[in-house]
Design a protein around this ligand. Sequence first.
Ligand SMILES: Nc1nc2c(ncn2[C@@H]2O[C@H](COP(=O)(O)OP(=O)(O)OP(=O)(O)O)[C@@H](O)[C@H]2O)c(=O)[nH]1
Ligand SMILES: [Mg+2]
Length: 254
Amino acid sequence: MKPTLLIPIYEHKDEIATVVDSLGPTGLPCLIVNDGSGAETRAVLEQLVAKNPWVTLHHRAQNGGRGAALKTGYRIAFEHGYSHVLQLDADGQHDTADVPAFVAAMADDPGALVLGAPQFDDSAPKSRLYGRQLSRLMVWLATRSLAVDDPLCGFRGIPLRPTVALLDAIPTGDHMEFDPQLIIQLCWAGVAVRNVPTRVVYRSGGLSHFDALWDNVRLSGMYARALGGMLWRLRLGRGAAASESGPGADKDSQ
Ligand SMILES: Nc1nc2c(ncn2[C@@H]2O[C@H](COP(=O)(O)OP(=O)(O)OP(=O)(O)O)[C@@H](O)[C@H]2O)c(=O)[nH]1
Ligand SMILES: [Mg+2]
């Protein structure tokens, strides 16, 4: 296993230096994908890279959305020979002390998707918590399994080979809907899931780009399609089972 850290960033200039500083002791390389942030964030990032040779920076020309930034990061990491990314957010919500726990889970089962199972405190907005429960339910239904503890946590270990194969094969969302969509698709492709408990904190005054209207619309559309896909797969599975047990199926044994 050859992992790299991956941070997608859009306008989180005040938080990123602390996040990067706290990642130094992990000894892992780090790829930051700047998703078309403005000049100030760009300048902060350039300074960070100059100071930390283990950090590399890729600038997307324009803001394309969190999903688009992650996909860019997965492809770059894969092309550079990494087998996994351990991704986390730029806004300091994730506890970087848990990086070794994620890496251990990834090393233990290199084929698996290693998902952060967030442990929230009182700082988490109620609307986010309710939205998460709904997302969990949708992913449980779409995958017909309770394996995924939380489909939205941005702290997760990704096996790159099945992920890049999937990105080559099907269209995926460019925004917040990408994270749960990737989980559903990888589960459908037979990838195992591991959950790693991790503390998630909402800092007061923290900047969120989650768009309450459009991100929820995109999430709902993606879940509706995923449920349709699940029913279709169920029907195909039944059809295959029926043809196996149908007339003539046990011809050889007669
Ligand atoms: N929302 C958003 N985030 C992006 C984008 N590109 C990269 N990111 C990064 O994705 C991560 C998550 O963004 P946040 O705005 O904190 O979204 P979130 O964590 O789902 O929302 P909160 O729960 O409110 O914090 C951060 O590291 C962002 O900098 C983008 O176009 N939109
Ligand atoms: Mg956030």
